[in-house]
Write a protein that binds this ligand. Structure first.
Ligand code: FO1
Length: 315
């Protein structure tokens, strides 16, 4: 069986732990197509938070408390940069994490595409899944906000980390998306998928930027296997993160039904054939989509693998 997962953020990385466990049980092959909209250049370094979350989480090197970055991290470089007054000071890079960004940036500067760099980094972390960025091209999520008396577009990380999503926001823009191409391997993986899973990631800033890459949404629509999503909202609240604030920008209700309807049914021109929701959301109805309720708390790998089994069975 071939499983393709669309994923972003910490929810996506944790979900992939369960996908990998399930895949090992049944002998399936997994390809993760990961969001790059959160990526940014800082201090001359290319940082890919979502790809790194997957590498560190599946490779056993993630800080499980913080949710992002490396375990046993130290912050000497951050302190030194602050001593120079080097901006931005609101985004912290840990010393161990910086090694990843140095290797990545050197390879990018040497002409390697992000997908090849990701494969090289995976040699160390052995994530046990094929890890692909949605695109090798520069695609950045920006938020159009009211700030300093005017309307401005700021990078997603500035919106998320610096302003904690608490600034009046009009919309999100995926800068560079129009001319981006799916990374090598993405369309082939979708074209051979027995099932496509949409991780319980933020639908607005993790999954939407993946689908904004021209050709990618179409490839999901035409995938031979079923497409099953897992709700990132349980009982009206995000499992983690600030999906509620992102959904509010789109005027979408923060509920399992709201996100399911935002994705839409594949038979009605949307994304999904199946939608997995938590037991408290079992009434959630999405036109043209089969809804099933199972516990969705990713408390450990076994519980998450159980969710994945339910999603595959629904497919
Ligand atoms: N999140 C924070 O809240 N504060 C930070 O200083 C921060 C630094 C950081 C550095 C590298 C990295 O890969 C992720 C980092 N994050 C930080 C997490 C990140 O902003 C977001 O949680 C994700 O982009 C959303 O998925």
């Amino acid at each position: 069986m071939r499983i393709v997962v669309l994923a972003g953020g910490i929810g996506g990385a944790r979900f992939l732990l369960g996908v990998r466990a399930y895949a090992r049980e049944v002998g399936a092959e997994v390809t993760a197509v990961v969001n790059v909209g959160d990526d940014l250049y800082l201090h001359g370094l290319k940082i890919c938070p979502d790809l790194d979350s997957v590498l560190y989480t599946l490779g056993g090197g993630a800080d499980s408390q913080r949710g992002w970055g490396r375990a046993d991290e130290t912050w000497t470089v951050k302190t030194e940069l602050a001593a120079y007054g080097a901006e931005p000071t609101w985004f912290g890079l840990g010393d161990r994490d910086i090694a990843t960004h140095l290797v990545r940036t050197n390879m990018i500067n040497g002409g390697y595409p992000l997908s090849a760099v990701t494969t090289a980094l995976a040699t160390r972390w052995q994530p046990g899944v094929h890890l692909l960025p949605a695109t090798d091209d520069r695609l950045e999520t920006h938020a159009v906000v009211d700030l300093d008396g005017g309307q401005r577009a700021i990078h997603f990380q500035e919106w998320w980390v610096r302003h904690r999503a608490e600034v009046p926001t009009h919309r999100f823009v995926f800068v560079g998306a129009e001319s981006a191409k799916p990374a090598p391997g993405v369309l082939d993986a979708l074209g051979a998928a027995d099932v496509v899973l949409v991780a319980p990631s933020n639908p607005v800033v993790s999954i939407a930027p993946i689908l904004a890459v021209p050709g990618l949404r179409e490839a999901v629509a035409e995938a031979p296997g079923r497409v099953v999503g897992v709700s990132p909202i349980i009982g009206g609240a995000p499992v983690r993160g600030m999906a509620d604030r992102c959904l509010a920008v789109l005027d979408v209700e923060c509920s399992a039904a709201g996100v399911g309807r935002l994705y839409g049914g594949r038979r009605a021109g949307g994304l999904l054939d199946g939608w997995l929701v938590a037991p408290e959301d079992e009434q959630a109805a999405v036109p043209e989509v089969t809804v099933r309720a199972v516990p969705l708390w990713m408390t450990d790998e076994a519980a998450t693998a159980g969710m994945v089994r339910a999603a595959v069975e629904l497919s």
